[in-house]
Design a protein around this ligand. Structure first.
Ligand SMILES: [Zn+2]
Length: 314
């Protein structure tokens, strides 16, 4: 079975009026690299549709959705010091959520075994009622709840290896024992949350695992941390594995100071695929989050996709 790749040229339309690290060139670099290496022609390409509002409301208040829509109408605007909207941003954000949902559909319906959603804007900092940290809607939290509500799954796991803590994903899901959220991130660093002690709320206690690491960690430290990730995921026995796949822990990235290589991302992908094989009937979807060095980003995405395809026997 093939590896799915979700992309839409309209993802390039979300654009700040001044230079901003979360820029359309990120996706251009990924596409160019996959085309040059020949991987592009071997992927199962899926064109996403804008997500319906009912799915966005699984993770966000109606007021927040209206606020993003209104902000785009009066664009350019900033929703926080880091988070811009251009005129097309609301529609592009719906399409980014839709990209995650299309990847989940393809894996659930057996059209591909695993999939990578190359979406913008990213999502893991977006809170129930606030845009934050380049993120408008929380693509991965919505995808997790969609898998439950639309596809009838009970237990979903999210692994977030973006270098920043996914505060939005954690807060949206922290009281929910049916969705496991694991974040491995640099600490201290923006947004400042993601301490070990944050393990969930109420009946969700135990379904949040934070692994904060000091700056300077590389492939070997992440490999050690992955032992704990494997143990916790195996205990939880998810039916689907979502990955908030940020690539800003790459050693070239300008926004953080981790030292992962593209091969480090390959090794994590290999181990995540093994978990998906053991527990999730191979169903694994990566949603792009951060990653701001174009070479580090595109090389790392390519390494992940190669591994996803190898494990398909293709
Ligand atoms: Zn990040």
């Amino acid at each position: 079975m093939a590896t799915g790749f979700i992309y839409h040229p309209d993802y390039l339309l979300h654009n700040a009026s001044i230079s901003h690290p979360e820029r359309p060139d990120r996706l251009r670099a990924i596409v160019a690299r996959l085309q040059e290496s020949g991987l592009w022609g071997k992927l199962h390409h899926i064109q996403p549709e804008p997500a319906e509002r009912q799915w966005i409301e699984l993770a966000h208040s109606a007021e927040h959705i209206n606020m993003v829509e209104d902000a785009a109408e009066s664009a350019p605007a900033y929703l926080d010091p880091d988070t811009h909207v251009s005129r097309e941003s609301f529609d592009v954000a719906l399409l980014a959520v839709g990209g995650g949902l299309a990847a989940c559909d393809a894996a659930m319906e057996g059209r591909c075994r695993n999939a990578f959603a190359a979406v913008r804007p990213p999502g893991h900092h977006a809170e129930t009622s606030a845009a934050m940290g380049f993120c408008l809607f929380n693509n991965v939290a919505i995808a997790a709840r969609y898998l439950q509500q639309f596809h009838g799954l009970e237990r979903v796991a999210i692994l977030d290896w973006d270098v920043h803590h996914g505060n939005g994903t954690q807060h949206i899901l922290e009281a929910d024992p049916s969705i496991l959220y694991i974040s491995i991130h640099q600490h201290p660093l923006y947004p400042g949350t993601g301490l070990r002690e944050e393990q969930g709320v109420g009946s969700g206690i135990g379904a949040t695992l934070n692994i904060p690491l000091p700056g300077g960690c590389g492939d070997s430290e992440y490999a050690v941390a992955f032992n704990e990730i494997e143990e916790v995921v195996s205990q939880f026995q998810p039916e689907f594995l979502l990955i908030s796949a940020g690539f800003d822990a790459h050693h070239r990235d300008p926004l953080a100071s981790m030292r992962l290589t593209a091969d480090g991302f390959r090794q994590m992908t290999k181990r995540a695929l093994h978990l998906a094989n053991q527990h999730c009937s191979n169903r694994l979807v990566m949603l792009l989050e951060g990653g701001y060095d174009l070479i580090g980003l595109s090389a790392s995405v390519e390494a992940c996709l190669e591994e996803m395809m190898v494990n398909n026997g293709g």
